[in-house]
Design a protein around this ligand. Sequence first.
Ligand code: ADP
Length: 239
Amino acid sequence: MSQPILVGEAINSGYGKFQVLFDVSFNVYENEILVVVGPNGSGKSTLLKTVFGLTTIYSGSIIYKGREVTGLPPHVKARIGIAYLPQTDNVFSELTVRENLMMAAYTLDESEAKDRVEEVLNLYPVLRDRLMYKAKSLSGGERQMLALAMTLVRRPDIIMLDEPTANLAPVVARHLLKKISMLRDEMNKTVILVEQNARAALELGDRALLMVSGRVSYEGFARDLLKDVDLGKRYLGLR
Ligand code: ADP
């Protein structure tokens, strides 16, 4: 296995004084998909937000590419290659698809922005047919694809996705998950995926983190967790 690109060490974090994560440690290896599963309210989203700098960290550390990044604000994390895609409000609904993509590329000079937008349109050709449509007119699946495309415009190394398939029809969700595995297989990205469909997530992911009540209950191969009848039944609704 390659080097960890991201390490969490004994993290305690939350919102103001409300602690959500307790002593959370994990490794994320280069070019893997780490899936984060667990019951509702167990701290999965908070884990992503903590890595990105959107929570209060009381203690512990976050190491990215060997460098301590614990207290860095989100815009700096984004600049050094960490992307975070929130579950909702991740596109500008009143702007067109093209405008959204150009917004994502706003820090780049014009020709580079155009190249990168072209690159993501090749990846998600369905968006090319919708360039002049407002984001609010897209289907749920297309909107998540646009959000993903906006993230990719900045060429991050590690992409954190918070329940991208929430509220999507099963067939659309499966299609999106396939696109997410392409990030690893064809673009060499590292992905942390929070997913409510535990079975689909564990089939897709290389390794898994099971969160229960703000603590890590399992870290290891995703397929081993899928086979663990006890944990699966108790926390993931698997049979
Ligand atoms: P999960 O993603 O596993 O469903 P979350 O990380 O969203 O869990 O939530 C964990 C806990 O943190 C819950 O008790 C939730 O109410 C609380 N929480 C989430 N977001 C906030 C926030 N912005 N402010 C205060 N508490 C929050």
